[in-house]
Design a protein around this ligand. Sequence first.
Ligand code: NAD
Ligand code: UDP
Length: 336
Amino acid sequence: MKILVTGGTGFIGSHTCVKLLEAGHQVVIIDNLINSKKEIVAKIEILGKKSMEFYEGDIRDVNRLEEIFTHHNIDAVIHFAGLKSVGESVSMPLEYYDNNVNGTIQLLKVMKKFKCKKIVFSSSATVYGMNDNVPFEEDDPLSTTNPYGATKKMIEEIMQDLYVGDQDFAIALLRYFNPIGAHPSGLIGESPNGIPNNLLPYIAKVASGELEELSVFGDDYDTIDGTGVRDYIHIQDLAEGHIAALNYVQAQSGIEAFNLGTGEGYSVLQVIHAFEKASDQIVKYKVVPRRSGDIGSCYASTQKSKNILHWEAKLDLPTMCLDAWNYVQNGKKVNK
Ligand code: NAD
Ligand code: UDP
């Protein structure tokens, strides 16, 4: 199939594009490079052993999208493009609603115009909101606590309405848990700009000596050791989940949400210790008060994805940490 990947040079997009090329698909990327670099394109092509088309552009630019759909017979879209920082979304809500919600509406309009009606969308476990009733199941009630989460919930609702109005659409809403790790080659991975907000990139920078010490946000949750528990999933497993979702939308119309997680939760301290072991470095940390908006535990029920997508995560936490560390070390070599 010929697949348009929005946000294809980003963290999850780049790993998914490699899997798409490996699976024999043709890939066309649109990315405005607001949070990624063009040099990723060549790296994806090296790893996927095939070339692809890259369009620098914004999904809100209807002319650019129409140019792509005119030049390529796109069979399906995997839609990653979006802004993703919770904290930033609180201070810049209009930019988040415009980029994520308006951008998706423009994309869907162009898809409808060109009769391309298969889409896999990057949603997030954040749509389960402050619900602490783990494991989360796809039909649990949804709620949000910040503009970023609200954009994901809104887009899910827009897509539900789109399907009600046009039942030729085939839509997979993928609710990611906590993707970490990197491609085992060390060539692509997660490179957040500035000081990371997420746990794993922060730990990696402490282990490599770039940052002094990790702040552990609270040790008074009702969890194994009091620190927050999350469902970390290897980026390679997550990328595979998109191939499964693509097969699903290829086979039938409809709209379904799927959790992409491992179903297992690890605490912040467990992740620190796993990373120390993988990197053979000390990760210095101190416990500080809870981060506002955080919940104690968040992990997926994986039954629906197993049953319907025939997909499940395979890689364990030590492998996630090893690959994340390998990517950091490889980056150091390249930048020397
Ligand atoms: P990322 O920032 O690495 O990738 C997103 C890509 O989209 C970037 O390359 C960016 O340049 C591009 N982009 C942003 N706005 C665009 C626009 N208007 N037009 C064209 N390109 C645009 O993020 P990621 O971690 O790869 O996440 C991909 C998707 O998955 C996002 O929608 C994100 O919200 C969602 N998600 C991510 C996580 C996570 O922990 N990484 C968790 C849940 C959901
Ligand atoms: N966390 C932490 N210190 C940090 C970043 C995160 O203790 O510098 C904790 C956070 O409170 C949560 C877990 O690590 O329990 C995962 O946080 P992250 O921001 O990576 O993901 P999310 O909160 O979105 O699940």
